[in-house]
Design a binder for this molecule. Structure first.
Ligand code: PLP
Length: 317
């Protein structure tokens, strides 16, 4: 079977969590594991996190676990305790060490699904669904594009800035497995000559990227630097990368701000970035027809701030 998998996939390590293995059990990700009736597979009814590890150290682990818990609460999916997830990813790292091949950089995905309808995996609601961690080496393609300028198109997300409050069943703000729309947006962007997307609300506010948070940098007349990101009330995902950059930037004396941002604010900013856990930071060089200024030193500085791996907090916490 292995010949169907490319090299990075073969180098994957998978750990599942269930009531009998609350600290995780290593399994072969190249063998079938999921029941075809699992609601995660048939309805995208589940939640996930994507984390980044360098030299075996997982960045922002606690912030990711908190957000996984928040997403599971929003979807009302039972979730093993944080200690189980910590133990499972540690087991995955240990598996690589045992193989003598811990990759320098890893993407670590945590997935929790509602499981199979009517057949909970356990009577304990915390273990009723399907849970696993998947560790894969960061691809060369991802490493090559990290920090590189991107061309971005603004796309309408199809709802207004009050939808999150008005319509909680839309699950806005949860990192659910239902990412088909996000991936379709990226395909649309690529088909139209762009690398990535920033969503806007129908009433003209800036939201986020399909897999990233928007950051803008402005310099005041006194030279003071200010980092601004869109408000969370619109139902965007609280970004752990944005949070970690803010924490380190604040320590370094930057001003921070959360705003309802409009596309014009992006055009008026000195620099605009997309931020997410594995890509880290990408400066935006083109926003639809407009050229934006890119500052390589500033990009490197933001990437360095992330390496401090400070605890993350958000204004809604
Ligand atoms: N917004 C969305 C919709 C995302 O999917 C992601 C990450 O994939 C982010 C923002 C950035 O989150 P983080 O910085 O925690 O990776």
């Amino acid at each position: 079977m292995a010949e169907h998998f490319h090299e990075d996939s073969v180098a994957a390590v998978a750990v599942r969590i269930d009531v009998e293995h609350p600290e995780g059990l290593v399994f072969d990700p190249h063998q079938p594991q999921l029941r075809v009736t699992d609601l995660g597979a048939v309805r995208g009814d589940g939640v996930f996190e994507t984390m980044y590890a360098e030299a075996g150290r997982i960045r922002k682990l606690e912030a990711h676990l908190e957000r996984l818990g928040r997403s599971a609460d929003i979807l009302d999916i039972g979730l093993p305790p944080a200690a189980s997830w910590r133990a499972a990813v540690e087991l995955g790292l240990e598996e690589y060490r045992t193989r003598g091949a811990l990759p320098e950089e890893l993407t670590i995905k945590l997935v929790a699904t509602r499981g199979v309808e009517g057949e909970p995996a356990s009577d304990d609601p915390a273990f009723a669904g399907t849970y696993w961690a998947l560790l894969t080496p960061v691809t060369d393609a991802m490493r090559a594009t990290r920090g590189q300028p991107v061309a971005v198109t603004l796309l309408d997300r199809g709802y207004d800035s009050t939808a999150a409050e008005r319509a909680p069943w839309l699950l806005l703000g949860a990192k659910s497995l239902s990412y088909a729309v996000n991936m379709a947006s990226l395909r649309w962007a690529k088909d139209h000559g762009f690398d990535d997307v920033i969503y806007t609300t129908s009433d003209g506010q800036v939201l986020e990227g399909p897999t990233s948070t928007v950051l803008i940098v402005t310099r005041g007349a006194d030279g003071a630097r200010r980092l601004i990101t869109p408000v969370l009330e619109t139902g965007i995902l609280p970004g752990t990368t944005q949070g970690a950059i803010f924490a380190a930037a604040e320590k370094a004396g930057w001003d921070l701000g959360y705003g309802p941002l409009t596309p014009q604010d992006l055009l008026d900013a000195d620099h605009v970035f997309l931020a997410s856990s594995v890509r880290l930071v990408s400066p935006i060089a083109r926003l639809d027809d407009a050229e934006l200024a890119v500052d390589d030193e500033l990009t490197a500085e933001l990437i360095d701030l992330l390496a401090e791996d400070l605890p993350v907090s958000h204004p809604l916490d």
